[in-house]
Ligand binder design. Structure first.
Ligand SMILES: Cc1cc2nc3c(=O)[nH]c(=O)nc-3n(C[C@H](O)[C@H](O)[C@H](O)COP(=O)(O)OP(=O)(O)OC[C@H]3O[C@@H](n4cnc5c(N)ncnc54)[C@H](O)[C@@H]3O)c2cc1C
Ligand SMILES: NC(=O)c1ccc[n+]([C@@H]2O[C@H](COP(=O)([O-])OP(=O)(O)OC[C@H]3O[C@@H](n4cnc5c(N)ncnc54)[C@H](OP(=O)(O)O)[C@@H]3O)[C@@H](O)[C@H]2O)c1
Length: 470
């Protein structure tokens, strides 16, 4: 190579296993004047760095790396200092707690440096190994850590006859300035050793995007799986049966609800004639539905155990009855949702539920149809009267009617004394509520002395319900 065409400087992007091997090989030539390794993480190790608590970004099904990980805007003049980047860059790795290597050490390690033991090692071993390899090869001083290569541009035109040169745009967070520092460096040659497992791929499946939006966190990519403990007692479908799918399925068998479903598109390396005990094979998924169900290609349906309880848009319980019961979950109930008298109403709800769940209730809940009708009518009324679905008014008599509903359901205790009787709404209590405005303001209680009539506050009648402040 003519001297003027000689490659003198080389930039290596990435300090994973590939970057470690490249740095060692280039150094061994004893030929290059400058070798630099740019690594955006704080240490070498690449994929094998373990991030125990990853940030889980939202990932659009069908989104390709170029859409999901858009280039940052480069300052017009460099060097420059900008506020620290906030954009998701997918720098964290997919390593989970139980991951071990799946290639025997003799075949996975570099030829001049065996793994400390084998044949399969936990994930921290290759991480340490890669870091040590930089020191062992004395290539550690080539490393520029916490430095992201934001752009690689050809300096000359691809058609020009002269040797090509490259300009790298680099960004590094400077903790002393609490800012990102940007600069450029030029090299004769560049080695891309940046890996390819940083940006997760989620395929497009009918309904998946809307499903992920409606049920945030319910669908996660294996990149963000960390431990089977996070899925204890949950119903789970694992999509895929390659290395990650196999490992995660095997892990979940010991913690999740059985069977663990595994959706397979083709035969995997680990698949025998039968699934592992505790696993049920399923074909690919053809649709994700907004009621939470998942439809497989063979028409079978995966029903999720559960659904959101609260509709934040209309600010109400979903499928409720009497502000307490859930139409589709007869063994689940909520005490304390409506805006109404507090403790005393809780007591009514609690007594009615206790009697109902012990089978000692005087009155059954109405039929599902009746419950649905109640919800629909209340919904319409709330909209018509611009009221909140779960606000129960005192002055219209609604509170008494509502409490009476529990009174009817609960009935009396047993002759032998078990069970509580719904408390009476005594005249004194009703008087206290109806004359609430005559009490001294809370916090102004005259040192605990009984308020005298001349201390009573006379307030104009407002259009708001007497108990609206609860
Ligand atoms: C979960 C999992 C398990 C695996 N298990 C095995 C196994 O058991 N055996 C096996 O042989 N292989 C396994 N692999 C494959 C693994 O990817 C390789 O072993 C190897 O680690 C890849 O090394 P790499 O250097 O090419 O990429 P990486 O390890 O990904 O390293 C690339 C480096 O480049 C850095 N980088 C990227 N972009 C930039 C940028 N713009 N600027 C600066 N730095 C940048 C990254 O931060 C990263 O450190 C596994 C992969 C995964 C995902
Ligand atoms: N050391 C370890 O133990 C370990 C653990 C995890 C990962 N890894 C490594 O990490 C890398 C990535 O592995 P990976 O398993 O995460 O990914 P992968 O090998 O790309 O496998 C993706 C899997 O998803 C399946 N799939 C894709 N779309 C599907 C759909 N719509 N329905 C059902 N299945 C679908 C694929 O099926 P098809 O086969 O039909 O395409 C395949 O089984 C590999 O290098 C692997 O060796 C290693």
């Amino acid at each position: 190579m003519a001297t003027e065409n000689r490659i003198r400087s080389v930039a290596i992007i990435g300090a994973g296993a590939a970057g470690a091997a490249a740095a060692a090989a280039f150094k061994a030539e004893d030929y290059f004047e400058q070798i630099r390794v740019f690594e955006r993480r704080g240490t070498a190790g690449g994929t094998w760095i373990y991030d125990p608590d990853p940030h889980v970004p939202s990932i659009r099904p069908g989104g390709l790396p170029a859409d999901l990980d858009k280039p940052l805007e480069i300052p017009t003049t460099l060097p420059a200092t900008t506020s620290p980047n906030q954009q998701e860059r997918f720098v964290q790795t997919p390593i989970y707690d139980t991951l071990t290597t799946n290639v025997p050490a003799i075949a996975m390690s570099f030829s001049d440096s065996p793994f400390p033991y084998g044949p399969f090692v936990p994930h921290h071993v290759p991480r340490q190994y890669i870091e040590n390899y930089f020191s062992k090869q004395r290539t550690d001083d080539f490393l520029s850590l916490n430095t992201t290569v934001e752009d690689v541009s050809l300096l000359s035109s691809p058609r020009s006859k002269g040797p090509q040169r490259w300009k790298l745009t680099l960004r590094k967070y400077d903790p002393s300035k609490l800012a990102d520092v940007w600069w450029e460096e030029k090299f004769d040659a560049v080695i891309l050793a940046n890996g390819h497992y940083s940006i997760p791929w989620i395929p497009e499946v009918t309904g998946l995007a809307a499903y992920m939006e409606k049920f945030p966190g319910r669908v996660i990519h294996s990149k963000y799986y960390r431990s089977s403990r996070h899925f204890a007692n949950k119903k789970a479908v694992i999509i895929g049966n390659s290395a990650s799918g196999h490992d995660i399925t095997t892990g979940l068998v010991s913690t999740a609800q059985l069977p663990v479903y595994q959706s397979r598109r083709s035969l995997g390396r680990w698949d025998g004639d039968e699934p592992l005990s505790g696993v049920q094979w399923k074909p690919i998924i053809k649709e994700f539905k907004l009621d939470g169900t998942i439809v497989f290609d063979d028409g079978t349906v995966f029903k999720v155990n559960g659904r959101p309880l609260w509709d934040y848009e209309s600010n109400k319980l979903i499928k409720s009855y009497w502000h307490t019961f859930l139409q589709d979950f007869p063994r689940l109930a909520i005490v304390g949702i409506p805006r109404v008298l507090t403790f005393r109403s809780f007591e009514y709800q609690a007594v009615a539920l206790a009697r109902l769940f012990s089978g000692r209730n005087a009155l059954s809940l109405p039929s599902l149809r009746e419950q649905e009708r109640w919800e629909k009518e209340r919904d319409e009324k709330s909209k018509r009267e611009h009221l909140k679905f779960h606000d129960i008014r005192w002055e219209t008599g609604e509170t008494m009617n509502w409490l009476d509903g529990f009174f009817q359901i609960a009935g009396l205790g047993r002759l032998t004394g078990e069970g509580r009787i719904p408390p009476a709404m005594t005249k004194d209590l009703i008087w206290a509520i109806e004359n609430i405005k005559k009490y001294p303001e809370p916090g102004n209680q005259n040192n605990g002395k009984k308020a005298e009539a001349d201390e009573w506050v006379v307030v104009n009648r407002s259009t708001k319900d007497l108990l609206h402040f609860i």
